[in-house]
Design a binder for this molecule. Structure first.
Ligand code: 5AD
Ligand code: SF4
Length: 447
């Protein structure tokens, strides 16, 4: 009988991509994907350690799976990803959930088939967090969408922002060879993928660890030449490393989408320094100006941490002020949560949860207003969409993304999934836009 697996992914796009590798590896072992854990012979949770919330989710999921394990003693339960990679968290998981069969870290993907086979024939929990298996070049990928794909360009992070666990769970920065990336992009294009999103914790430092010191801009310019691709996206950019070259490349590369995800984290220089971000608010705002000046119609999104240790009301107001000045298309805001081993976890938490929540709400109110105001400028304009499929709420409505990554809903009785269409914006909301298909002849607008 065919064995079945159920995979749960928490966290960011890099984790989603890792899950595509996990899927391909277990499918090559003969497992078939199923949507519910009840039917599975193998359950894998791909965890994230960046913030506390996804960690809490892991404990609640594992608690639920205990009953399944009693019913089906041969069921294999595995936990991978960022949480597993930390030695302390791995030990905690093993002690609290002794029925866990396998705990594998972010560096263990190449060993996963062997580990699963081993887990099936052993009674005790296997822990694999050795960094020496980190090389993952050539591992298979089960791409989850037929027309857009993730493409990692650099793994790990060397920045050690004081609040962040990523350097500890994803290791040193490792750029993939440009030839490997270009070959993979070419293959994806020939298989019909028209949109690629280049992934890295800090794409701007791509190439610095490679012989010949290629740059991220050079990589983008090469990818822009690949026939068949229509859109190239990238994330995440670190403000301290974003070059004028990159802005120029986004401006000129006709396939490169006009969107920067450029996390600022705080608008207070004092807090930025305590966060070890290595830029000032002035430098950041200058970058935003330069991007806006050079790339017409660009969108800029950001991440903000609220309630970092020592954040005074004055610091918080500087962040609100930065939001007003930078005018992001959107900003994702998070309550600070201390992460084990990080420098900031040594600092005393100076705010109550209620104070942090209050700041988060005030910040979100400002950002929601700004997002809506920016979207209002799009009313009446015609934009290009890559259609992603039916809207979740209503099957008569289809949804797509603009080059600037905004979600637009429109009516169509034809399934246009995976197609590029032109839509005229008729209604503006904070989170999305409503439009109607524009049948006017296509006028190519050179950048
Ligand atoms: N607490 C809260 N938010 C965090 N982030 C990273 N580490 C923490 C933390 N300890 C946020 C940052 C980052 C995003 C991916 O997660 O804003 O840009
Ligand atoms: Fe974390 Fe900073 Fe690296 Fe981003 S740049 S992954 S916030 S350490």
């Amino acid at each position: 009988m065919t064995k079945k697996y159920h995979l749960i992914t928490l966290g960011c796009q890099m984790n989603e991509h890792d899950s595509e590798v996990i899927s391909a590896l277990v499918e090559n072992m003969g497992y078939l994907a199923v949507q519910t854990p009840d039917d599975a012979d193998l359950i894998i949770i791909n965890t994230c350690a960046v913030r506390k919330k996804p960690e809490d989710k892991v404990a609640s999921l594992l608690g639920k799976f205990a009953a399944l394990k009693i019913e089906k003693p041969d069921l294999i339960i595995a936990v991978g990803g960022g949480m597993s990679q930390q030695e302390d968290a791995a030990k905690y998981l093993k002690n609290r959930f002794p029925y866990l069969d396998l705990i594998f870290g972010t560096h263990a993907l190449s060993r996963l088939p062997d580990l699963i086979n081993e887990a099936g024939s052993r009674r005790n929990t296997i822990i694999e967090i050795d960094e020496s298996y980190a090389d993952r070049e050539g591992l298979p990928v089960a791409h989850s969408g037929g027309f857009k794909a993730w493409l990692p360009v650099i793994y790990g992070c060397d920045n050690y922002c004081s609040y962040c666990i990523v350097p500890y769970v994803r290791g040193r920065e490792r750029s993939r060879a440009m030839t490997d990336i270009i070959a993979e992009a070419g293959k994806l294009a020939s298989q019909g993928y028209i949109e690629l999103t280049l992934l890295g914790q800090n794409v701007n430092s791509y190439g610095q660890d490679l012989p010949g010191q290629v740059t991220f801009s050079e990589l983008l310019a090469e990818l822009n030449q690949i026939e068949g691709l229509e859109r190239i996206r990238f994330m995440t950019s670190h403000p301290k490393d974003l070059s004028t070259d990159l802005i120029e490349t986004v401006k000129n590369g006709e396939k490169i989408c006009e969107h920067f995800h450029l996390p600022v984290q705080s608008g207070s220089n004092r807090i930025l320094e305590a966060m070890n971000r290595r830029y000032t608010r002035e430098h950041y705002l200058e970058l935003v100006n330069s991007i806006n000046r050079n790339v017409p119609g660009v969108s800029i999104t950001s991440d903000i941490i609220v309630g970092f240790p020592g954040e005074e009301e004055e610091d918080f107001l500087s962040t609100v002020d930065l939001l007003e000045k930078a005018r992001f298309d959107n900003a994702f805001s998070f309550l600070y949560s201390p992460r084990i081993n990080t420098a900031a976890s040594e600092l005393a938490d100076t705010l109550t949860h209620a104070e942090k929540e209050n700041r988060l709400q005030r910040l979100n109110q400002v950002q929601h207003r700004i997002s809506k105001e920016i979207n209002e400028n799009l009313a009446g304009q015609t934009v290009e969409l890559l259609v992603e499929g039916e809207s979740k709420a209503n099957s008569e409505i289809q949804s797509g993304r603009t080059r600037t990554n905004k979600l637009v809903h429109f009516k169509s009785n034809k399934d246009l999934t995976g197609k590029l269409v032109r839509v005229k914006i008729t209604e503006v909301r904070t989170w999305n836009l409503i439009g109607e298909i524009d049948h006017a002849p296509w006028q190519f607008q050179p950048k």
